[in-house]
Structures are given as C-alpha cells and as structure tokens.
Design a protein around this ligand. Sequence first.
Ligand code: SF4
Ligand code: SF4
Length: 139
Amino acid sequence: MKNQNECEGCTACCRTHSVLAIGKQVGQDCPHCDWNVGCRLYENCPDDCHRYVCMWLRLKQDGRYVEELRPDVCGFVLNIYPEQCQLWEVESGSLEQEKTIKTSLIMANQNQRVLHFYLDGRIMEFHPDGTKTERPRTH
Ligand code: SF4
Ligand code: SF4
C-alpha cells in the first residue's frame, strides 16, 4: 500500500498479497495493518509495500478516479500487466459477484489472460472459449 491519504483507508493488498520480507503469505492479514485505516509502521514497512500500486491507485494517480475499481468497494484488487490481468479476492466470496465474473469472461474472450486469486490459495484462469480452469497456488 501507499500512505493513508493516497489509499484513502483501503488496506486490501495488506491481506491479498504476499510480503516476503516479513513472511506474510497471500491471503493473510498483515499483523502491522490497522484494517481500513493503514499501515502502523508505514515509514518502516518493506520496500515491496512502498513499491506496490494497484490499478485503482494507478488510475487515481493519473487523475482518473474510478470508484467501481476501489478494492474495498468492488471486492478485488486489480493488477493489469502486459501478459495478464489479475483480480485478487479481498473478502471470502467477493470475487463471485455476477458482474465480476461476467467482466472476466468478456476480457478472456478478447484474448486477455485473466486470473482470479482466491484467499484460500486457489487460482482460477478464464479462457477465450468461456471455460475456466482451477489450480492450487504453487508459491
Ligand atoms: S489495494 Fe491499492 S488502494 Fe488498497 S491499500 Fe493496496 S495499493 Fe492502496
Ligand atoms: S507492512 Fe504495512 S503496508 Fe506492508 S502489508 Fe503490512 S500493513 Fe500493509
């Protein structure tokens, strides 16, 4: 996460993502997180935390505030990379909203690689033909 002002109280990636420097695994709540407030040790938090920027925040930094992509509103943390689009589950079940699944299917149909990362370690990949495959996370 960035600082509290930038993230506006969102702390979603402090659960969804791993932080190797402090032994935090994907899906674990970080012990340093004041949930929905911010990081308690912000100035001293690991470089990975300082560097990480989700798609909502990136757009906001570019002057485009997209409320629907706020992780604590939509239920997923979005990352878009050249090779794949990632949606990370924020609350158990929050990736199962019809709107979210539909959007992922549409993106996959347009030949984008779309992956859902669940808190329990599953990864779901959406394919262009409308099918999905599931596998456990390996790292
Ligand atoms: S998910 Fe995005 S907005 Fe939320 S804390 Fe992380 S970087 Fe900030
Ligand atoms: S150290 Fe701070 S910024 Fe990093 S995951 Fe924990 S609470 Fe979030």
